[in-house]
Write a protein that binds this ligand. Structure first.
Ligand code: ZN
Length: 182
């Protein structure tokens, strides 16, 4: 019940359509290990293990580590919420592309893409320069991770997000509804 509520937080504005294409929520007691493999350009197979606290499969389940969900709940203002993070990936993927832009009306999507790109580039430059950032540097990994990470801040540290990235915060307030503490 608690998990369902947490996962639905990002859907308050967007609505049920955000759940399209999948129905399973899998909960592991703790962080879990997945086997990754990749064949590089030279045809060499690389395999490695990843430890994850959450994962959102394309058209598949959303997976969460219960220990980490609880850690988020213990510190609700810390800027972390793995359930929201994975739900953001689900919303992002609804238009068939995991690129940091969820499906939106065309004009809004244009403004979103422009403002998010600008904020992402500036943030990456800070991280690349080795500067300490107020927002989790994981957001600099890729545009889709940027969207998922700032979504966590929208729900758990909105004042900080507003201060650091006002344009992004405004889009999220429109997309998700006003942040909880405002
Ligand atoms: Zn992610």
């Amino acid at each position: 019940m608690l998990l369902a509520a947490l996962c639905c937080l990002p859907l308050l504005e967007f609505g049920r359509a955000g759940l399209r294409g999948w129905s399973q929520l899998i909960v592991y007691p703790e962080a879990f290990r997945v086997r990754r493999s990749h064949v590089d350009a030279a045809g060499v197979l690389h395999e490695w293990d990843d430890d994850l606290i959450g994962e959102a499969w394309d058209h598949g389940p959303l997976i969460l580590s219960w220990a980490d969900v609880q850690a988020d709940l213990d510190e609700p203002d810390a800027g972390y919420c793995v359930a929201v993070h994975e739900m953001a990936h689900k919303l992002d993927a609804l238009d068939g592309e995991l690129d940091g832009t969820p499906p939106l009306p065309a004009r809004w999507q244009h403004a979103w893409a422009r403002d998010f790109q600008r904020a992402y580039d500036a943030f990456r430059a800070q991280v690349d320069a080795g500067r300490k950032t107020a927002i989790d540097p994981y957001a600099a990994e890729a545009p889709e991770e940027f969207f998922a990470v700032v979504s966590e801040y929208h729900f758990s540290a909105p004042a900080l997000l507003e201060e650091e990235m006002p344009a992004v915060a405004a889009h999220l307030a429109r997309f998700y509804g006003p942040p909880p503490s405002l």
